[in-house]
Write a protein that binds this ligand. Structure first.
Ligand code: DP6
Length: 417
């Protein structure tokens, strides 16, 4: 009998923190110095798809990321693999002649193929979606009975922010207090339907600068920043309570005020690190000014901004109408270069372009300056600073894909298709 191959394919979203995780109290278990809260982004626009396969014919664990083979020998991958293997249960598929006993998972080797539906080079949290997807897919493959929170504690050991990608909607990573990390896990605060007015626009900022990785950056911060200690002990605990309240009551003003303040404090903590870390650039700062001016002009927040360990802006608009006004402003200040077509400059949910009345490059050129800058010196329009925008919204959590055509590994060879 030909040796069987058992495969599972899953899709997992990325997430953006609105109260940031920055700093570990335990490096190897990945235990944070404070709680954090995130919004899961719609996987239709930003997600990782992963196929995992197991077969007695495989002689080593192997992984391919976006078609290229990468090593699985890193400690973080190994921790996730080990944790899931230890939780595998008996599995049987009589039709395919597959029978795996609980203890077999330790010796069976796996193949993993992973693909991001967004450019990895854009500096969007690909490790969060990737590690969450690996853990989720392996758990299904090995018939582990753990729930999403228990899986989040395993994904956490792959990359901290990954634990928040095990749920849709609004998610809190509880820092926990146990030394072994068993209570450091994610819980869902509200699902993606709870606050479905929100629209998210990501500005992918052009930058060639090599950035400090989150892992190294936060290690330096923990070692050198006094501000971080104040943030973790005094500021974040109070903000977490308020952010939960803002989400529960769909209070956009409070939500925006907290998200912006927390992003700014995270970057202040980076600046307080020795040597200082600069993740935002001039374009990021220009985007902040544009939002701040507008919010002030309207006398209540219309849009929240937040920036991770890079210059890209994640902008959260209170509803579709505000999102259209936001897109007009973004295209006014950051127009595409003359030879770019709008279809490749605004990605994701393109219907917002229509709402904004900017379907072609001529519409962009005809945009009037936004009213909040009218009295000032002529506004600067900064073509070329933004690579593209992605329009999206809060989205659902991990999903199993049963359609065989979506699998990334061939079901007869176990190799990438
Ligand atoms: C700025 O989860 O990438 O995005 O745990 O070392 O893998 P490791 O770091 P990572 O850090 C993310 C930091 C952040 C804020 C956040 O997502 O909360």
């Amino acid at each position: 009998m030909a040796e069987w191959i058992h495969t599972v394919t899953a899709r997992t979203p990325t997430n953006i923190a609105v109260i940031k995780y920055w700093g570990k109290r335990d490096e190897s278990l990945i235990l944070p110095v404070n709680d954090s809260i995130s919004v899961t982004l719609d996987p239709q626009h930003l997600c990782t798809t992963t196929t995992v396969a197991v077969s007695p014919s495989f002689d080593q664990d192997r992984m391919w990321l976006n078609g290229k083979e990468i090593s699985l020998s890193g400690g973080r991958y190994q921790n996730c693999l080990r944790e899931i293997r230890a939780r595998g249960e008996d599995f049987e598929d009589k039709e395919k002649g597959i029978k795996i006993a609980k203890q077999d998972w330790q010796k069976l080797r796996v193949h993993v193929a992973s693909y991001n539906n967004f450019p990895t080079a854009a500096g969007l949290a690909s490790s969060a979606a990737g590690l969450a997807c690996l853990v989720f897919a392996l758990a299904k493959l090995m018939n582990a009975k753990e729930d999403a929170s228990q899986l989040s504690a395993i994904a956490r050991q792959g990359s901290g922010s990954a634990c928040r990608s095990l749920y849709g909607g609004f998610v809190k990573w509880i820092m926990g207090k146990e030394v072994n990390g068993s209570d450091s896990l994610a819980v869902q605060l509200a699902d993606e339907n709870h606050w479905d007015d929100l629209v998210i626009i990501i500005a992918v900022v052009s930058s060639r600068q090599k950035e400090t990785s989150s892992t190294t950056g936060m290690r330096d911060t923990v070692e050198t920043s006094i501000l971080l200690q104040h943030r973790a002990r005094e500021v974040v605990p109070k903000r977490i309570v308020k952010m939960e309240e803002a989400i529960r009551n769909r209070n956009f003003s409070l939500f925006a005020q907290l998200a912006c303040a927390d992003s700014n404090q995270f970057h202040a903590v980076c600046l307080d690190t020795c040597p200082p870390i600069f993740y935002m650039n001039d374009t990021s700062h220009r985007i902040i000014s544009c939002i701040e001016k507008w919010n002030r002009f309207e006398e209540s927040p219309q849009v929240a901004y937040t920036f991770d360990a890079g210059p890209n802006a994640v902008l959260i608009a209170r509803n579709r109408k505000t999102a259209a006004l936001l897109l007009q402003r973004l295209l006014y200040f950051f127009p595409p270069s003359a030879d770019t077509d709008m279809g490749s400059y605004v990605l994701g949910d393109k219907s917002i372009l229509k709402d904004a009345g900017v379907e072609g490059i001529n519409d962009v050129q005809a945009l009037p300056p936004p009213p909040e800058i009218k009295d000032n010196v002529p506004a600067q329009r900064n073509g070329g600073e933004v690579s593209y925008f992605i329009c999206t919204r809060p989205g659902r959590g991990p999903l199993l894909l049963s359609d065989e055509s979506l699998a990334l590994l061939d079901h007869s060879t176990g190799l990438p298709k």
